[in-house]
Ligand binder design. Structure first.
Ligand code: HXC
Length: 514
């Protein structure tokens, strides 16, 4: 019998209620017992209250095999739709582990694909909350095809809209490659893991004994593999931090940057900076202090905090506008560039450039890391990635050299020669081919036994080269600035660059040394 009037609305409401229950209260209890929110609760926490509009709530799989005929649950293990974060339109999908373990069927994949296509078309960031047992085993190749359909859209969306992945449960097998193709991946400590093959397969193939946590937990991916850009203690913290991150990002690659009304004086002087750099050039200091003191209200969203700690990357606001920061960290490996730090910074520079986020580069770098492990690992190729990324970047670039800028690393770190727009140095800067000791040991090899002469040569080299003025004489730095005035000068530079227009030669794309 065909339903009419109030009955048809009642049926709709009942169907919605049923869909909202997902895999049922028992499985929801299990999800909670594991310390995890459900897929719907996560969306509620992530988005502005009441802003979520769901799509494809009634989609079900079309599998007949393995007793799946008739075994359908509305939504098929993924909740998709759009909503707002601080008013900004966001597309979102959230895998529901209570429904077939959040596993990916063809129908599940097509819901994610729809979201990605809408995000590209309408120019809004996409956030994926991953909690899935991987390919829907009952579907076989249809599931694999579904994954590939998602991967394709991830690639097409890359550089058009920001894509953020949060791993909030299992993420194994080919499932890892969708997050890996997005701009940022975050994990939840203790409840999420990512690996291509699990511990059992590892044991069979390589005879290694390893736990899931050791193989692909948050610590592994934030400290060793750099697959993840950050990790959080629980779902609530992760979702709150994603909201914070979104606040720094434009909606798409042609959108204006999200500027906030400022109540942190752009002309604020910072007296502590006049003594930040120690008198002895070999004594480290914390570059994070400089970033925090320059930023509006000291707010720094750091990325890859636990990986390649010799370089810092992340977002700040200056005069209300988002800025990407890349900074050598003299506290770790003297701030030198090595394979890991080059990769970390190169990827960040490219993200900023793709979305026209201005880049502030803070330089204190003694050079590239020497040694066989670096050379055998391909420091030439990996270091070239950072060089390439800075060279091709047309987004506004402001550089401040605080102390060392030696050798090739001077060139790499957003130098004037790579189209740095405003290049400043503090009076403590040393811009040279190498440090005084190394230079004297090469130039005066025959006098190495004469400590007095070597000391005199070293003092002479330092007096002549360990300063910013030779570079300033050539216009390689635009000005030598007083440290306490740095915030004002950097903000002024970025404000003048708001109308910057620069284009690279027409090409399909450059061949960055991958
Ligand atoms: C169908 C699945 C499933 C899957 C889990 N479930 N994974 N259903 N396909 N891949 C179902 C279970 O049957 C169960 O259903 C419910 O989800 C919860 O699973 P449990 O095992 O009870 O949960 P838990 O003990 O927490 O273990 C979670 C898990 C485990 C570690 C993820 O379920 C697991 O190992 N699943 C298989 C993982 C896997 O091998 N996936 C394929 C990877 S290969 P009920 O009805 O009891 O609630 C791959 C290739 C992709 O993904 C390639 C793309 C290019």
């Amino acid at each position: 019998m065909k339903l009419t009037g109030q009955d048809i609305i009642k049926e709709l409401q009942e169907r919605r209620e049923q869909a909202r229950l997902g895999g049922g209260s028992k499985r929801i209890d299990r999800q909670h017992a594991a310390g995890k929110l459900t897929a719907r609760e996560r969306i509620d926490v992530l988005l502005d209250p009441g802003s979520f509009e769901e799509l494809d709530m009634f989609v079900v799989h079309r599998t007949r095999e393995f007793g799946m005929d008739g075994n359908t649950i509305a939504g098929d293990g993924v909740i998709t739709g759009s909503g707002r974060i601080n008013g900004q339109l966001i597309y979102v999908f959230s895998q529901d582990f209570t429904v077939f373990g959040g596993s990916l069927s063809a129908a599940h994949a097509s819901k994610i694909v729809k979201i990605l296509k809408l995000a590209i078309q309408n120019g809004a960031p996409v956030i994926g909350l991953n909690d899935s047992g991987g390919a829907r085993i009952q579907e076989g190749v249809d599931s694999l095809g579904g994954y590939a359909d998602v991967f394709l859209q991830n690639a097409l969306a890359s550089g058009v809209v920001p894509q953020i992945s949060v791993i909030m449960g299992p993420c194994a097998g080919g499932a890892v490659y969708s997050p890996a193709m997005t701009d940022f991946t975050f994990m939840v400590r203790g409840s999420s893991y990512m690996f291509v093959t699990g511990p059992d397969v590892v044991k069979t193939v390589t005879s290694e004994d390893v736990t899931a946590e050791e193989l692909g937990g948050a610590d592994t991916h934030t400290t060793r593999s750099s697959v993840a850009d950050g990790a959080f203690d629980n779902d609530l913290e992760a979702l709150a931090e994603i909201r914070r991150l979104v606040g720094f990002l434009p909606a798409h690659n042609a959108a204006p940057l999200p500027r906030l009304a400022v109540d942190d004086d752009p002309a604020r002087t910072i007296p502590a900076l006049d003594s930040l750099v120690p008198e002895n050039a070999n004594v480290p200091y914390d570059m994070r202090e400089l970033i925090i003191s320059l930023a509006d209200h000291g707010d720094f969203f750091e990325l890859q905090e636990s990986f390649a700690k010799n370089i810092l990357t992340g977002f700040v606001r200056m005069n209300g506008a988002p800025i990407g920061v890349v900074a050598n960290q003299p506290m770790v490996l003297a701030g030198c560039l090595d394979i890991d730090s080059s990769l970390k910074a190169a990827r960040f520079v490219r993200f900023c450039d793709a979305f026209n986020i201005p880049i502030l580069t803070l330089v204190d770098v003694p050079g590239f890391m020497p040694g066989t492990s670096q050379e055998y690992g391909g420091i030439i190729k990996h270091g070239a990635k950072l060089l390439f990324a800075y060279a091709e970047a047309t987004t506004p670039k402001v550089t401040l050299i605080t102390r060392k800028a030696y050798g090739g690393a001077y060139d790499v770190m957003s130098s004037k020669h790579l189209r740095g727009d405003a290049n400043y140095a503090w009076p403590t800067a040393e811009i040279a081919v190498m440090g005084a000791k190394g230079a004297v040991e090469i130039l005066y090899r025959s006098e190495l036994d004469d400590t007095q002469k070597i000391a005199a040569h070293t003092a002479d080299y330092e007096a002549r080269f360990a300063n910013p003025f030779i570079a300033a004489e050539r216009g390689f730095v635009d000005d030598v600035i007083i440290p306490n005035n740095s915030r004002y000068r950097i903000i002024q530079a970025f404000e003048k660059l708001r109308g910057k227009r620069q284009q690279n030669p027409t090409k399909k794309f450059g061949n960055i040394p991958l």
